[in-house]
Ligand binder design. Structure first.
Ligand code: ZN
Length: 155
């Protein structure tokens, strides 16, 4: 029996077209304006990272706070079907973790951008942090221990 609410369903449906979401487009357009060239959802890498920037050996992943359980105010708890959601979230979180491990094994840097880092009041700071990190990492070349930047820095 299907008991998810209409609101939950529309949330699910809106996330099914998970590529080219608005937060991701915001990040991409800024990167492009800053002169970075990248590939999107590159199938050659595990987990098809959202944005791949070869020059800085960096993967950027834009993560929805609700779906990937950031723990911020957006990680709301639905009132019904809790078991369904918990199972789904735990799969998402496990998959995210596995991909991050695979990426760092490749020796590539990783930027995780939580959706809430792109809220109006944090957007500029977030985009600036990404661009500064990319500049530094591109200049530095490959490292044995890749960088990992998570935004926002504080929840
Ligand atoms: Zn969040």
């Amino acid at each position: 029996m299907d008991t998810i609410t209409k609101e939950q369903r529309s949330r699910v449906m809106s996330r099914i077209r998970s590529r080219d979401t608005k937060p991701e487009l915001t990040v991409r357009s800024r990167l492009h304006a800053a002169g970075w060239r990248f590939r999107v959802c590159d199938k050659r890498f595990p987990g098809h990272p959202d944005v791949v920037i070869p020059r800085a050996r960096t993967f950027i992943e834009v993560r929805g706070c609700f779906w990937h359980r950031h723990g911020c105010a957006r990680s709301t708890m639905p009132k019904s079907n809790v078991a369904f959601w918990m199972a789904k979230w735990s799969r998402n979180v496990r998959r995210d973790k596995r991909h991050e491990e695979e990426w760092s094994r490749l020796g590539w840097n990783v930027v995780i951008v939580w959706e809430c880092a792109l809220d109006a009041e944090r957007l500029e700071r977030t985009l600036l942090s990404i661009c500064q990190a990319l500049d530094a990492w591109a200049a530095e070349g490959p490292r044995r221990r890749p960088h990992r930047l998570v935004l926002p820095r504080r929840m």
